[in-house]
Design a binder for this molecule. Structure first.
Ligand code: FNR
Length: 181
């Protein structure tokens, strides 16, 4: 089974990128986890660019998502919603007409924030967006890493409870993906 991971932050010291980097080590045995290119590798969505030909970076990202058995989105919350860069990536991917790569793709969401809610509000906006892309999103368990600054240090998860809980979520996602294979 192969999963790909899309990160909503492009910041070097990102807590969410740290979570994403930890996923290969926390995923169940037999699951291969690969990070997708940065959302910053895509231009801002522009219908004129699309009309001139889909950017290679969009085609490549779409191909990687299409080839995977599951998609994991790890994102911060910006102003109670998803970062613009992540929305932009999803907008581009939704425009791949031959085979919209998120359609029917089992998808998992997780978020991290120094705040108390761990990015919960962004997760529910993201779920709404993913309805439009017709991606089946796993409901439970939810991973919202609050006070991430106390649980992730120097780009590594230092809180054992956080790692263990993410491991449980990933094990559940393996079962969710299997149901959709
Ligand atoms: C934030 N942050 C934030 N946090 C949160 O929990 N809820 C929010 O609504 C917001 N809003 C917000 C807007 C903008 C423009 C920025 C730059 C930041 C704080 C955010 O969680 C924090 O910067 C995280 O560290 C960002 O995630 P990464 O980059 O560490 O993955």
């Amino acid at each position: 089974m192969k999963w790909v991971v899309l990160v909503g932050s492009v910041r070097k010291g990102s807590y969410n990128a740290a979570l994403a980097r930890a996923l290969p080590g926390l995923a169940p045995e037999g699951v291969e986890v690969a990070l997708l290119p940065s959302v910053a590798s895509l231009p801002i969505y522009d219908g004129d660019i699309e009309a001139a030909g889909m950017p290679q970076a969009v085609t490549d990202m779409g191909g990687a998502v299409a080839a995977a058995d599951g998609l994991v989105i790890v994102t911060p919350e910006y102003n109670y919603s998803v970062p613009g860069g992540l929305k932009n990536a999803l907008d581009w991917l939704s425009r791949i007409k031959e085979r919209q790569p998120l359609k029917g793709k089992p998808t998992l969401i997780m978020s991290a924030s120094p705040g108390a809610l761990g990015g919960a509000r962004a997760q529910y906006h993201l779920r709404q967006i993913l309805v439009a892309l017709d991606a089946p999103v796993m409901n439970m368990p939810e991973v919202m890493v609050s006070q991430a600054n106390k649980k992730i240090e120097d780009g590594v998860i230092t809180d054992a409870g956080t790692s263990a809980f993410i491991g449980k979520q990933l094990a559940a996602f393996q079962g969710f993906v299997e149901k959709h294979l």
